[in-house]
Each structure stands twice: as C-alpha cells, then as structure tokens.
Design a protein around this ligand. Structure first.
Ligand SMILES: [Cu+2]
Length: 148
C-alpha cells in the first residue's frame, strides 16, 4: 500500500514544492483584492490551528494543482482537516469518524502535533475544508478552496 500521504515533514523538505507561508497575521490572502492563485502542479500550504481556528479562511488554486496541506495543531485538543467537495463534508456531518485513515484530503491531528495530507484539485469548483469534530465546524473551523 502506498503511504505517500504519510511521508514525514522532514522527508519532504527536499521536495520540489512551492512553500506558501500563511501566517496567522496574514490577512492579505482574502483582503488584498485579487487573490493569489496557486498552481498548477505541486504546492505546499501550511495551515495552523490555534484556539480552534484555522489560520487561513480561503485558498485559490488553478485546476491541476495538488496541494500538500501541512497541518500544525497548536491546541491541546484533537482536530482534523478534511478537504473535498460538499458531498465529502455531508458524509462527515452524518457520521463522524473518530480517526481518519490515510485517505487523500483527510487527516486527524493530535494535540500539539503536525499532520499532512495531499489533495488534487482537477476541476473548477468550490471545495471546502473543515474540522468535523463535534461543535468545531459551528465554532468556525471551516474554509473554502476555489478552483478556477
Ligand atoms: Cu477541530
């Protein structure tokens, strides 16, 4: 079984990726007018979690972009990062899975730990990312990925 989505962060340092450093203070992605559009190809997006909030609200990518999401959980509680079309999120809302096996676009992140997952955006459309642990979505743990 391939485990390429579980490759450690350290092992990926040398990979040919475009590092996009969205810091907590970087409000420019959504607020600076024209959004920066990532891709195509392989790009890395760092997503922090603190106080049950994602560090980014939205992301814009070109079709044909594979995003390596690196999730850094700074909270003392578990979180998850699920990205996909609305149908994926509907499934997670209907029945919560306590842990996520290596499915592309889905990763559980332990307290004060880092996880990563890859997701390929092939077609234009609106995708979502979210944490579906009880109450977390309602608290605001969600955002969008616009592929155009
Ligand atoms: Cu959460």
């Amino acid at each position: 079984m391939k485990a390429w989505w579980k490759i450690s962060v350290a092992a990926c340092v040398g990979a040919a990726t475009v590092l996009v450093g969205y810091a907590l203070t970087d409000g420019g992605v959504a607020g600076a007018g024209t959004p920066r559009v990532l891709g195509p190809g392989l790009v890395t997006v760092n997503v922090g979690i603190a106080y049950s909030r994602f560090s980014i609200d939205d992301l814009h990518v070109h079709p044909g972009t594979t995003v390596r999401f690196v999730i850094t959980n700074r909270d003392p509680i578990h979180h998850e990062f699920i990205v996909g079309p609305p149908s994926v999120h509907a499934r997670h809302v209907r029945g919560h899975e306590s842990a996520h096996p290596p499915v592309p676009g889905e990763v559980s992140v332990d307290p004060e730990d880092t996880g990563e997952t890859f997701y390929r955006f092939d077609r234009p459309g609106l995708f979502l990312f979210a944490c579906h642990l009880p109450g977390h979505f309602a608290y605001g743990m969600h955002g969008s990925v616009v592929v155009d």
